[in-house]
Design a protein around this ligand. Structure first.
Ligand code: HEM
Length: 319
């Protein structure tokens, strides 16, 4: 999107997204907030409308900025810094420009539609990857033998080279991928998903019928810790994700990225990013902690937070 939330003014966006998530969690977990009338009063009382407005402001600002850039570019026939040209063919565009261009292709997205897509992408990518990397490094610090195995794999593929890892090399880091999946099994960053039934649904095992319109709560945290799917479900065992074990389970026994048509669109991107980040850290440093797995204390929200933090020390491998 060509906008850095950390270095450019975020106009209260990050805090407001967090507050919006907080409101959704309160609605889902506090029965007293189920009636519409009480919920609306609650929003007014705790001034949540302010956060809703704030969430809209930044995408509006980005869209306006992009529009002005496009007008200027058209006037001056210059290239903006977000475009990379291969001869005359444009080969890279940011999200907002791509959505705006799709209007030229006749998709007819309004500014309102573009704004909603921007909010969904930013909110979907919010914290997910960074928190998972934090959990993963903490687990590797707790289990030095597993960390050694990951490091050996990285070393076998990259050796002593200081060259950045390539995308092709990331696909060979099979054990690291297992470690990342096992991290997401134990600590699925999006621990709760809500779906409203479009039709009556019969649950075969108990012969129960859930009526159309019911809002269902799907919790990877519970599915992923089901002993029928994962033996010793509370222990950290990356072999749960070796090829044989994955093939022997139902594909929806791992739903950290959800499943079906509304699953995470950032999954492939974040898996590559996490592989890059973790391999970069482990190539250069070993990670250590005094914590045990049982010390991790979870707080359920829109993201799965660890209330005791991630107390890791790092040591250079060059020493
Ligand atoms: C470890 C990383 C990530 C995890 C575990 C994760 C998990 C999920 C889950 C469980 C959903 C479904 C939520 C629901 O239906 O209520 C979802 C949706 C989504 N995610 Fe991710 N996500 C990750 C990273 C990202 C990143 C980096 C992006 C964007 C750059 C992203 C963008 C989205 C979007 C746009 C949706 C909504 C898709 C739709 O509704 O059709 N995610 N993600």
């Amino acid at each position: 999107m060509d906008y850095n939330l950390d270095s450019q003014a975020d106009m209260g966006f990050k805090t407001s997204v967090a507050k919006g998530f907080e409101l959704i969690v309160h609605r889902a977990t506090k029965i007293c907030l189920y009636p519409e009338i009480i919920y609306n009063l609650y929003i007014k009382l705790f001034d949540y409308e302010k956060y809703y407005t704030n969430v809209q402001n930044l995408p509006k600002h980005i869209i306006e900025k992009k529009k002005n850039e496009l007008i200027q570019k058209f006037k001056n026939k210059i290239k903006t810094d977000t475009d990379v040209y291969d001869g005359e063919k444009k080969c890279f565009q940011g999200l907002v420009e791509t959505l705006m261009d799709s209007n030229e292709a006749g998709l007819g997205l309004s500014d309102e539609d573009i704004k909603s897509h921007v909010i969904t992408i930013v909110a979907g990518g919010f914290e997910t990857t960074s928190l998972t990397v934090s959990y993963c490094l903490l687990l590797l610090a707790i289990y030095p033998d597993i960390q050694d195995r990951v490091y050996d794999e990285i070393y076998t593929i990259l050796g002593d080279s200081d060259e950045p890892i390539t995308i092709e090399q990331t696909t060979s880091l099979v054990y690291l991928k297992q470690v990342i999946h096992e991290t997401l099994r134990l600590f699925p960053i999006a621990p709760v998903m809500l779906r409203q039934l479009q039709d009556d649904v019969t649950i075969i095992t108990g012969n129960h019928t859930l009526p159309k319109g019911t809002i269902c709560c799907i919790t990877p945290l519970i599915t992923h810790r089901n002993p029928e799917l994962y033996p010793n479900p509370k222990s950290f065992n990356p072999d749960n994700f070796n090829a044989d074990n994955v093939a022997s389970r139902h594909k929806y026994s791992f739903i950290a990225f959800s499943g079906g048509p509304r699953s995470c669109i950032g999954m492939k991107y974040s898996l590559v990013l996490m592989t890059l980040l973790i391999s970069y850290v482990l190539r250069n440093f070993s990670v250590h902690t005094d914590m045990k797995l049982s010390d991790i204390k979870l707080k359920l929200g829109m993201s799965l937070h660890n209330t005791v933090g991630f107390p890791i020390t790092i040591q250079s491998r060059k020493q």
